[in-house]
Write a protein that binds this ligand. Structure first.
Ligand code: ADP
Ligand code: MG
Length: 459
């Protein structure tokens, strides 16, 4: 079947399958698990691909609905060989907006965009600037993203965003796209994951139509390439990427790149491309700090009214899940999904039972050096004094606090701790630990200092 016809047929079948599922599964179950499913552009191989936003949801739907989905699809469209449920990735092109459920009519042809060979996945409507929570760790990237989306001559190009995974690069790129198109509806923007760029380019080469490929990009005003690390080491695509980026910049257009590392650390990339990439604005996003983790949870919770998550559970998530915003969101979603499935209230016990291993998290490794630095800053003494022989009280007390924290927060033995504090004996460390424990019971100031330091060192 030609792809375009197949798209329309599959989309129409999908609309009917959804109606049937809603009728048989019941509204609550449908809303929670089945409604978020999205249809991926068919490849013409008779396999229907559906995606869900998380691995957790994917597992659930596979376990409970895999056969049912195949059966339902075949009933609508006998040529369907198989139905596959997957977790959504940036790569998939979601062609079919979920059909409005109130309307049982087949999806009109116009609702299914025809796919041009250079097609970008639609911008995700959830990824807008107003839903991006800003704090110190991402402020530079956020402001740069806002600036690059402003109309007029771009102030810099390219914008190169980099960070570890799950920290908001893709969100910011989509937000740039939205903002740019909102201010100038006549403008055009392309968002392409680098893998997709590669795929499109290789397909164009096979079809001997690289000319057409380039021509289609030429009319575009804003080019965004996500996950650039994927082209590292792939020479032909890289070369093409370089040409494309150069052409855009020479034409004074906007280019936004996202990557999992800075240009300086990208191996296997042509130095000419690297210098061009580093020549605009390079902004990184750092791991989310405590306040940001709290603010993000609060923002997400505000979006699901009627779900009560007590403060201590929010603190638990924000305190333990530090690696990425994606994990943090995932944990919250999992809590909410489980609770709505079991009807349980969300409390600490429920959170521990549901999130178990996620909460254990990668324990933050605090080093004695970190402790000495924090203590010296807190008490305004020199770090060197902490390891010196000086016995004046103004130095000795902070030193004892530092030893106490080293015992509590690291796995170092007493002799090891002693050595790190100017070769002191392990009995000195024991004495310091006992002394601070005692003082915490009677000396408010020391107790407050220890608490403050514990909080800042533990994250
Ligand atoms: P990356 O592309 O860096 O791997 P994403 O942009 O896909 O990360 O972000 C992962 C998830 O976290 C997305 O759902 C995104 O909306 C969310 N997210 C990341 N940073 C923020 C933020 N500062 N405010 C709100 N949501 C965020
Ligand atoms: Mg991304």
């Amino acid at each position: 079947m030609p792809v375009d016809h197949e798209q329309v047929a599959v989309a129409a079948a999908w609309a009917r399958v959804r109606q049937n599922l809603r009728a048989s599964a019941g509204q609550r179950l449908f809303d929670r698990w089945l409604k978020p499913m999205e249809l991926v552009a068919p490849d013409g191989d008779g396999v229907v691909r559906l995606t869900l936003p998380s691995a957790f949801m994917t597992d659930w739907v596979r376990n409970h609905y895999a056969e049912r989905l195949t059966h339902e699809f075949r009933a609508q469209l006998p040529q369907v060989r198989d139905v596959v449920v997957e977790t959504a990735t940036a790569l998939q092109t979601r062609i079919v907006p979920p059909a409005p459920l109130a309307d049982p009519a087949p999806v009109p042809v116009a609702a299914v965009p025809q796919r041009a060979p250079v097609e970008h996945p639609a911008l995700d409507p959830r990824y807008r600037f107003d839903r991006f929570v800003v704090s110190a760790s991402n402020r530079v990237a956020f402001n740069a993203a806002r600036a690059v989306a402003e109309p007029g001559v771009p102030r810099f190009s390219p914008l190169f965003l980099h960070s570890g995974t799950g920290l908001g690069k893709t969100h910011l790129m989509h937000a740039i796209g939205h903002a740019f198109l909102d201010t100038d509806p006549a403008a055009s923007a392309v968002y392409l994951p680098a893998e997709r760029f590669m795929f499109e380019f290789v397909a164009a080469m096979r079809a001997r139509d690289t000319h057409g490929f380039k021509a289609r990009l030429r009319g575009v005003d804003l080019l965004m390439i996500d996950d650039l690390q994927f082209v590292a080491g792939k020479d032909a695509t890289q070369e093409e990427c370089l040409h494309t980026i150069n052409a855009f910049m020479d034409a004074g257009k906007r280019v936004v790149i996202a990557c999992d590392r800075s240009p300086a650390l990208l191996d296997g990339i042509d130095p000419r491309l690297l210098s061009r990439l580093g020549g605009g604005l390079v902004a990184d996003i750092k791991a989310p700090e405590t306040e940001l983790r709290h603010a993000i949870l609060a923002a997400k919770l505000a979006e699901v009214p009627g779900i009560a998550v007590p403060g201590d559970v929010v603190d638990l998530l924000a305190g333990r899940i530090r690696g990425s915003v994606r994990e943090l969101e995932g944990a919250l979603n999992r809590l909410i999904a489980y609770a709505s499935l079991t009807g349980d209230t969300i409390d600490m016990a429920f959170a521990h039972a549901t999130l178990g291993e996620m909460l254990a998290g990668p324990a933050k490794r605090v080093t004695i050096d970190d402790i000495q630095r924090a203590v010296s800053a807190h008490f305004e003494v020199k770090q060197l004094d902490l390891i010196s022989a000086r016995r004046a009280q103004v130095i000795a007390r902070p030193r004892q606090v530092a030893m106490y924290l080293a015992k509590r927060l690291t796995t170092r033995s007493l002799p090891e701790i002693g050595r790190k504090f100017g070769n002191r004996d392990h009995s000195t460390v024991i004495h310091a630990v006992r002394r601070i424990e005692e003082l915490r019971g009677v000396d408010r100031e020391i107790d407050t200092a220890v608490r403050t330091l514990l909080r800042s060192l533990e994250g």
